[in-house]
Design a protein around this ligand. Structure first.
Ligand code: UD1
Ligand code: UDP
Length: 373
């Protein structure tokens, strides 16, 4: 009997990383639907990705926005209530969540809780976690809490690397639940590279290939702390002075709000843009001298695209990028950021991509659908 699949997403990287699965389900005629929580909701944080990736709009859009970034429980709780109603109505066989956001945890927890109520509801949901096993070993981060819980609740764990699989085995998760599939971001990048990709965004911004740095900075542990945010901006200004290359910073709405709240000044040579579309952002990544970021997905992409990365954090749940020589941890101290950038600029761009062969979506679909065509 064919299986019915529910995919849960809520933020921009989840739309991007689930796109290979959606394509696979469309190709196979799978009975599936998407629940989009609405955690990200501005056009340039949500709809633009469905448009650029040619994805059908989600069957459900819950429009659940965080009322304040520190109200994690309220945000996740409202999602639980609405996702539960949908799952009871749709009765899928399997729920898939990806990554480490509040939307990930809400999808996982709702599915797992419902599967304990089979005696009343007759519902038997299996749960799968994509991008499983990542660990920063820093439980002050909401992402670490979300991903640990999602992993320990799930029946199927799709680890991007052997290292991620090993993390879960080390926590006592049974190896029989785990498959190393690679990361679906590689599939998404391969797919995007097929689309026509001119240099329009570079021309529009008057940038030359290798003539700028690209930056993103939005994580709670960073952007919410005035001193760290100010330090990182200072480092960007110093990079401009040292190399004569502007720092292009497409800013996340969270960081924009905080920058205004803190009254931070933008140094000379730092160009703040609105969030970029995926195709434009890839172009900016590919042509940057180096990327400075605290994003998880951007650390992966810079590694895959062979662009050196300086991570503006004290830890990373993507240590594979450091192992292969594509990334370095700088934290938020300006001296360290400038020093680490110099180190990375001197690197030969010849590392291996540790995140797989671009067939992760197919592997995950094969496993959950049991080889159904
Ligand atoms: C979330 C994830 C984070 C991930 C990021 C991807 C959690 C706990 N955090 O962080 O792991 O790296 O998404 O980008 O799930 N906002 C807007 N417009 C939007 C989206 C957000 O104005 O389209 C504002 C929200 O109103 C809120 C702030 O940005 O004030 C933070 O949004 P939230 O969804 O809480 O977390 P992110 O920082 O986006
Ligand atoms: N991204 C984008 N436009 C931007 C910044 C990022 O399209 O202005 C994409 C980027 O290519 C990557 C993903 O968003 O695929 C990363 O998301 P983000 O940094 O918001 O979240 P994280 O990966 O840290 O959870």
């Amino acid at each position: 009997m064919s299986k019915k699949v529910a995919l849960v997403a809520g933020v921009r990287p989840e739309i991007i990383k689930e796109s290979p699965l959606i394509r696979e389900f469309e190709k196979r005629g799978t009975d599936y639907f998407v629940i989009y929580t609405g955690q990200h909701y501005n056009y340039e944080m949500e709809k633009i990705f469905f448009e650029q990736l040619n994805l059908p709009l989600p069957k459900y859009n819950l429009s659940i926005r965080s009322s304040a970034p520190f109200l994690q429980g309220e945000h996740t709780g409202r999602m639980l209530i609405e996702i539960e109603k949908i799952l009871l109505n749709e009765m899928p066989d399997i729920v898939l969540t990806l990554g480490d956001t509040n939307s990930t945890l809400a999808g996982a927890l709702t599915a797992r809780k419902l599967s304990t109520t089979a005696a009343f509801t007759n519902i038997r949901i299996m749960l799968g976690h994509i991008e499983a096993g990542l660990r920063s070993y820093d439980k002050t981060m909401p992402e670490e809490v979300n991903r640990i819980l999602a992993d320990h609740l799930s029946d199927y764990l799709f680890a991007p690397t052997h290292r991620a699989a090993g993390n879960m085995i080390g926590e006592g998760i049974h190896h029989g639940k785990i498959t190393v599939t690679g990361n679906t971001i590689v599939d998404a990048l391969f797919e995007a590279s097929k689309a026509s990709r001119d240099n329009e965004i570079l021309d529009k911004l008057n940038l030359e290939p290798q003539g700028y740095f690209l930056a993103t900075f939005h994580r709670q542990e960073n952007a919410d702390v005035k001193e760290k945010f100010a330090n990182v901006l200072e480092a960007f200004g110093r990079l401009y002075k040292k190399y004569g290359k502007p720092v292009i910073y497409p800013i996340h709405p969270r960081s924009k709000k905080l920058m205004e709240k803190f009254g931070l000044q933008v140094p000379e040579g730092v160009r703040i843009l609105g969030p970029a579309g995926f195709m434009e952002f890839l172009k900016l990544e590919e042509n940057a001298s180096a990327i400075l970021t605290d994003s998880g997905g951007v650390q992966e992409e810079s590694c895959i695209l062979n662009v050196p990365c300086v991570t503006l954090r004290e830890n990373t749940e993507r240590p594979e990028t450091i192992d292969v020589g594509a990334n370095i941890l700088a934290g938020t101290d300006p001296d360290k950021i400038v020093e680490c950038t110099e180190t990375m600029l001197n690197k030969k761009r010849s590392w291996e991509n540790p995140f797989g062969d671009g067939k992760s979506g197919k592997r995950i679909a094969d496993i959950i659908l049991g080889g159904q065509a």
